[in-house]
Ligand binder design. Structure first.
Ligand SMILES: NC(=O)c1ccc[n+]([C@@H]2O[C@H](COP(=O)([O-])OP(=O)(O)OC[C@H]3O[C@@H](n4cnc5c(N)ncnc54)[C@H](O)[C@@H]3O)[C@@H](O)[C@H]2O)c1
Length: 251
């Protein structure tokens, strides 16, 4: 059996209404998984499900607000009711490209709280809702950002939130190890999604010259790492952060 074959596994992807989350949903589905497409954007989630259904991938859309524990519990329950098990959780939902780049002295405290609520508390609440219901040997994959290592300026709340995701992952890895569940982070570099393309005019070439690999990152470049983390070959890796940025920086 190929290490990336996820036949009959059930995967929840948060923030899967578009962008990277949609790419994860499709990638996992094409590897054999049944997919729960979870997002606060119900319309986008339904669109993702339609794409998966066109590929004969079993999928449901679940409307979730990751900042609300009742909602994250309902998401986990919906997965169990529909598919009977949960094997993989991808914590991908975040506030990202809608954030204006702002000097740290000028960040609106309300916006700071909103970023932390979705990006940090959201990943915690989804993990807390899913873990007790997860199959032994399950996998949690948290999506952070390579900006944690570059210290990307003018985005301190976002960078801090993703740093917290990396820190939380280490704690969760130790606690979830009791059930043989692994928890790892993917820290993508700038990747071309609808959201990131809208950030700047030259998004398609942004940062390419700084990478060892002289091309822009596509969502599919990140999906392969998630499939690896969910597959049999990564069963002894936990608490780790994999930077996937085409070699823009080495940590
Ligand atoms: N695209 C990049 O360059 C890049 C780089 C590094 C990391 N990332 C990370 O990858 C992930 C996906 O990024 P993307 O480019 O696809 O952005 P995106 O904005 O398209 O995806 C984020 C998704 O999260 C959902 N979401 C927001 N708040 C939510 C909430 N309260 N409850 C449930 N869902 C909610 C949004 O509806 C959206 O579908 C994010 O975690 C982002 O921080 C992206």
């Amino acid at each position: 059996m190929s290490p990336n074959t996820l036949d009959d596994k059930v995967v929840i992807v948060t923030g899967a209404a578009g962008g990277l989350g949609r790419a994860f949903a499709l990638g996992f589905g094409q590897a054999g998984a049944k997919v729960v497409v979870a997002d606060i954007d119900s319309v986008g989630a339904q669109e993702t499900v339609a794409i998966l259904t066109n590929h004969d991938i079993p999928a449901i859309a679940v409307t979730v607000n990751v900042t609300d524990p009742t909602s994250t519990q309902a998401m986990a329950n919906a997965a169990l009711v529909e598919f009977g098990r949960i094997d993989v959780l991808v914590n991908n939902a975040a506030i990202y490209a809608t954030l204006k780049r702002t000097a740290f002295t000028e960040i609106d405290p309300n916006e700071w709280d909103r970023v932390m609520a979705v990006n940090v508390k959201g990943a915690w609440l989804c993990s807390a809702a899913v873990y007790p219901k997860m199959t032994e040997g399950g996998r949690v994959i948290n999506i952070a950002s390579a900006t944690v290592f570059s210290g990307s300026p003018l985005w301190m709340h976002y960078v801090a939130s993703k740093g917290a995701v990396i820190a939380m992952t280490r704690v969760m890895a130790r606690e979830m190890g009791a059930k043989n569940v692994t928890v790892n982070v993917i820290a993508p570099g700038f990747t071309l999604t609808e959201a990131s393309l809208a950030l700047m005019d030259d998004a398609a070439s942004y940062g390419v010259d700084r990478g060892a690999l002289k091309r822009a990152s596509q969502p599919e470049d990140i999906v392969g790492t998630a499939l690896f983390l969910a597959g049999d070959g990564a069963g002894y890796m936990t608490g780790q952060t994999l930077v996937v940025d085409g070699g823009k920086q080495f940590i």
